[in-house]
Design a binder for this molecule. Structure first.
Ligand SMILES: CC(=O)N[C@H]1[C@@H](OP(=O)(O)OP(=O)(O)OC[C@H]2O[C@@H](n3ccc(=O)[nH]c3=O)[C@H](O)[C@@H]2O)O[C@H](CO)[C@@H](O)[C@@H]1O[C@H](C)C(=O)N[C@@H](C)C(=O)N[C@H](CCC(=O)O)C(=O)O
Ligand SMILES: Nc1ncnc2c1ncn2[C@@H]1O[C@H](COP(=O)(O)OP(=O)(O)OP(=O)(O)O)[C@@H](O)[C@H]1O
Ligand SMILES: N[C@H](CCC[C@H](N)C(=O)O)C(=O)O
Ligand SMILES: [Mg+2]
Length: 484
């Protein structure tokens, strides 16, 4: 594609050089540049892409976009000066791939929690409705039936558009994607055309990146500010920031709620460890997901499908067959004993507390909760004692174990976790450094009807020890133990 086509929708401050030249790739990482690349120099959190312009040219870049043209810039290479390189990267990537988001129906889901759950449900619902569907999600990307590994919740702008283009080529009608606050802030979604956007909820998170809660809210809100007027904006109005999200949007606003008046409403009739009985949009509905927050996810998925013109009864029928996304409150039940194990990705104090509160709400009679949890190495150390304490406060038995010790000594991580165990709780805590042994022990300790929570790894298929990723799958181990 010619350079002039790629930059057609950019706000240019200055141009030096030829715009007629063909471009073979768009790159933002100098290390990936090849002959004929357009290199976009982006200021990042660790370094500044403008420092690598020489390297990019040495590797064959024939054009560069940046905020500042270096002095002594070679005249045969085109330089395009823009106000905001990150935005320009998004716009250039969409143009380079011929605006794939315009060639299917793209819906984005944002919010602190529930994105992965929602987009995975939407992917399966629309597949069951008979469409070919694409998915961009923390637990993996999909192009129809094809599964691809994911490195981010929302990939970089070039990858997003490359994946959407593959979806278009594969004949996908719809694509559902998670939109993280990082992605909005870094303009990874600039230039994408969404037909709809969903807001799940917002709580304190990622403040290490955004600095303040206000900045975090603003990042999510920008997603709605930038929607076109033809799009729908579906918001959870039980979250007090729900309407804040859409106060400046041009899109058509739709509301969902479990508590008050809204266009899409639901009410929980019964909340149990095997599912949710609900009144959803006036119909009785049974969902196979667990916990109040999943009533929100199911309602939001239903509303999204209605806004995408699907038949209400058909949606309800298919939705009631769907189970949780991988590693998100996924449950396994041992029929003879009625022991239920839950695998959840909760790997922060807040998430662990929420999952355990949910399980406590669901327990009946003599049901006990046995929690297996570890904390990752080379990650926030402050969370270790906190997570151990939360596990103790909200469970009957606790097994502290390893979760990707990485370069650290797993026993040292365990000691830091143990420092959070309250004095009165010591008798209910075991420390077993080997995660497989920890899971097996939890199953042995369980009495009929008990709940076992295995937290922290969710969909992960490995245990990372000293730079080596060993195959490991919480769910598979539980399955084996339940059968054995
Ligand atoms: C903090 C953060 O979000 N960083 C992301 C960001 O990198 P950055 O802008 O900070 O990059 P940088 O290292 O400062 O480099 C600046 C520029 O110089 C370039 N460079 C650098 C070195 C070099 O030799 N040559 C070169 O050209 C880099 O390619 C980059 O363009 O842009 C990169 C490309 O899109 C991302 O891969 C990278 O994600 C890092 C790895 C990351 O861990 N991000 C997490 C925090 C994240 O994005 N998480 C969210 C949400 C997760 C959640 O909700 O839990 C997600 O969407 O996944
Ligand atoms: N609607 C919701 N409200 C509150 N908590 C939720 C909701 N949906 C899921 N959760 C809980 O939050 C955790 C994260 O859920 P999920 O992975 O679906 O969210 P996410 O927004 O994709 O998160 P991430 O930022 O990790 O990608 C789950 O483990 C679950 O315990
Ligand atoms: N994206 C997060 C996930 C952590 C999951 C947990 N299993 C761990 O390894 O700490 C991280 O890499 O910090
Ligand atoms: Mg996610």
């Amino acid at each position: 594609m010619k350079l002039k086509e790629i930059i057609k929708h950019l706000k240019l401050k200055a141009v030096s050089g030829d715009l007629d030249k063909p471009i073979t790739r768009v790159d933002f990482d100098s290390r990936k540049v090849q002959a004929g690349s357009l290199f976009v120099a982006v200021r990042g959190t660790q370094t500044d892409g403008h420092q690598y312009v020489d390297k990019a040219i040495a590797l064959g870049a024939t054009a560069v976009i940046g905020e500042q043209q270096p002095t002594d810039f070679p005249p045969e290479v085109t330089f395009i000066t823009v106000e905001n390189s990150q935005h320009a990267l998004g716009m250039a990537a969409t143009a380079f791939y011929d605006h794939p988001s315009r060639q299917l129906k793209l819906v984005g889901v944002t919010g602190t929690n529930g994105k992965t759950t929602m987009v995975n449900l939407l992917y399966r619902l629309f597949t069951d409705l008979g469409y070919r569907v694409g998915l961009l999600s923390t637990v993996g990307n999909r192009i129809g039936d094809e599964q691809l590994a994911a490195t981010h919740t929302t990939p970089d702008a070039v990858s997003i558009n490359a994946l959407l283009a593959q979806m278009v080529d594969a004949g996908c009608d719809y694509a559902f994607m998670e939109v993280s606050s990082h992605a909005v802030h870094q303009e990874r979604i600039a230039g994408l055309q969404f037909v709809g956007a969903v807001f799940t909820n917002i709580t304190h998170d990622h403040l290490d990146y955004h600095g303040t809660f206000r900045a975090y809210i603003d990042a999510k809100k920008k997603f709605f500010d930038d929607l076109p007027k033809e799009a729908f904006a579906l918001v959870n109005v039980d979250d007090k920031r729900g309407m804040v999200m859409v106060q400046n949007t041009r899109a058509k606003v739709h509301r969902f709620s479990l508590r008050g008046l809204a266009e899409f409403r639901a009410r929980i009739l019964e909340n149990s460890i095997t599912g949710l009985q609900m009144e959803l949009d006036g119909q009785e509905f049974y969902g196979r997901l667990v916990g109040t927050f999943n009533a929100y996810n199911l309602l939001a998925v239903y509303a999204t499908a209605v806004l995408l013109d699907q038949d209400r009864m058909e949606i309800l029928t298919l939705l009631s067959n769907l189970t949780a996304a991988e590693g998100r409150m996924e449950y396994l039940r041992q029929a003879e004993t009625g022991v239920t194990a839950i695998v959840d990705y909760a790997h922060t104090p807040d998430a662990l507390e929420k999952v355990l509160e949910t399980l406590n709400d669901l327990r009946e009679g003599s049901t006990r909760i046995i929690t297996v949890v570890g904390c990752g190495g080379d990650r926030d150390r402050a969370k270790r004692p906190k997570m151990a304490r939360i596990a103790c406060d909200l469970s009957d038995e606790v097994i502290l174990t390893s979760d990707n010790p990485r370069s650290e000594d797993p026993n040292a991580i365990l000691e830091e976790m143990e420092s959070g165990v309250p004095a009165g709780a010591k008798s209910k805590v075991l420390s077993l450094v080997d995660r497989r042994t920890a899971i097996k022990t939890a199953v042995k300790l369980a009495r009929p009807g008990d709940l076992i929570l295995v937290a922290g790894k969710g969909h992960e298929k490995y245990q990372e020890i000293k730079g080596v990723k060993h195959p490991f799958d919480d769910k598979e181990i539980l399955k084996e133990e339940f059968q054995g």
